[in-house]
Design a protein around this ligand. Structure first.
Ligand code: ADP
Ligand code: ASP
Ligand code: MG
Length: 406
């Protein structure tokens, strides 16, 4: 039997009419023979309002425990209303909140931005299965958790998206559907640029990078739990239909739950271009990269300094790149000279956990320091770290980095 996890954001349940429509859309799927778990956020802007009131009433005097308990009231309320709305249509439903035995989401005791205990949550999620086997539609508080001592925790702002994907994973769901106030993922925030266009699909990797750079439409940590075989999509609430076409989230292409590391099989060459104050001269970077692109030379990395730009290319392309870039340097008054440097090795390390692991870069680099291996360059994004070392140090550095990950 197909299993859907459907998450409704604040706007989607922003008033009574919308709650009724949302409840009907859930019942429609249930009537089609599917199991449905509902995850809800707080109604409309309730969380913001509660936080504002707390701030006015006691500024910084509130404890984390008090704050978590107060904000939890947003979701505590919305599950009760949503579940009653389903029952009013004539289908059995029960709300599930952190005070109940059946509560699935177990976290550590970091009360306001708690980390999920995946194993415990996976076990407890089976309680939701039992409810569904009895024909009941469970309505679960998004955003909330419970720590080992029984205290209420929260997963951080926007955390209901995490709840949805986490439950999707634990319950082996077929679909995770995020219902929100826009039609799907757009080419940019439609509230900032009207010309934004809806995307039919986006990869997990792209979506996560978009989200970590601030696109609120999905919590960046939610996709940690996106299994390749789960169909996931983001749709607008106004259709009142969970089968609406929004934006499909595809992938991940590799098993992203794992940490991965790779060592480049070919040496990489570094080319440094210098010019006085080039950081303040528009168009220099474009000129250098454009000419390499025209000649189909791939760039593995770029770093910029006040007076230099360094590009990393495959060693087999290095001589050609050197010659081409030299022509640019000679013609461009802002640039004075360039040098083709030594051969280096590129080690890429990726893990969805990096986003919320303080100190990960120092953990990875410390053994290199201890073994006196020099790092030529390092770059990092939300889920990956790329380290460049001398080619001769590549194998050794790779082994050291791998031992950190294990
Ligand atoms: P919900 O309450 O349903 O969780 P959010 O307010 O958290 O909704 O997220 C939806 C909002 O995300 C949209 O109203 C939109 O302003 C914003 N947003 C930012 N970037 C994008 C984007 N690329 N595509 C769609 N929405 C975006
Ligand atoms: N209600 C919570 C918030 O506003 C969680 C969520 O909406 O996802 O941050
Ligand atoms: Mg949100």
């Amino acid at each position: 039997m197909e299993l859907i996890v459907a998450k409704f954001g604040g706007t989607s349940i922003g008033n009574g009419k919308r709650i009724k429509q949302a409840a009907q859309s859930v019942v429609d799927e249930y009537m089609n023979g599917k199991k449905v778990v509902v995850v809800v956020s707080a109604i409309d802007k309730t969380t913001d309002e509660l936080l504002h009131i707390v701030d006015e009433a006691m500024e910084d005097a509130v404890t984390e425990k008090q704050l978590a308990e107060i904000v939890s009231m947003g979701e505590m309320t919305s599950v009760r209303i949503f579940s009653s709305a389903i029952e009013s249509i004539g289908v059995k439903s029960e709300y599930v909140d952190p005070f109940m035995d059946q509560w699935p989401i177990i976290t550590d005791n970091n009360l306001l931005s708690a980390k999920v205990d995946f194993k415990a949550t996976e076990d407890k999620s089976q309680e939701l299965m039992k409810m569904m086997d009895q024909g009941i539609i469970p309505v679960v508080c998004g955003f909330l958790g419970r720590d080992p001592e029984g205290y209420i925790t929260t997963l951080g702002r926007g955390g209901s998206d995490i709840t949805a994907f986490l439950l999707g994973h634990c319950l082996n769901a077929d679909d995770v559907i995020i219902v929100t106030d826009v039609g799907g993922v757009m080419s940019t925030d439609p509230n900032k640029l009207q010309s934004a266009q809806k995307l039919d699909k986006i990869s997990v990797e792209e979506m996560r990078d978009l989200a970590t750079h601030g696109a609120q439409v999905l919590h960046p940590h939610a996709l940690k739990y996106k299994d390749p075989k789960i169909n996931a999509k983001i749709i607008g609430f106004d259709h009142g239909d969970l089968s609406a076409h929004g934006t499909e989230i595809i992938g991940p292409s590799k098993n992203e739950m794992l940490k991965t590391s790779t060592l480049s099989s070919d040496p990489i060459s570094v080319i440094a271009v210098v010019g006085e104050e080039i950081l303040n001269k528009p168009g220099v970077l474009a000129e250098l990269t454009e000419i390499l692109a025209e000649n189909e030379i791939n760039i593995f990395g770029i770093s910029t300094g006040q007076n230099s730009i360094t590009v990393f290319v495959n060693k087999k392309d290095a001589d050609e790149a050197h010659r081409i870039l030299h022509d640019v340097v000679v013609k461009n008054d802002n640039l004075s000279s360039l040098s083709l440097g030594r051969e280096i090795a590129m080690i890429s390390i990726a893990s969805p956990d990096f986003i919320d692991t303080p100190g990960i870069i120092s953990d990875i680099t410390e053994p290199l320091r201890a073994n006196n291996l020099n790092i030529v360059e390092i770059s990092s994004s939300q889920t990956s770290v790329v380290i460049f070392v001398e080619w001769k140090d590549g194998e050794k550095a790779y082994e050291l980095v791998r031992s950190v990950l294990e």
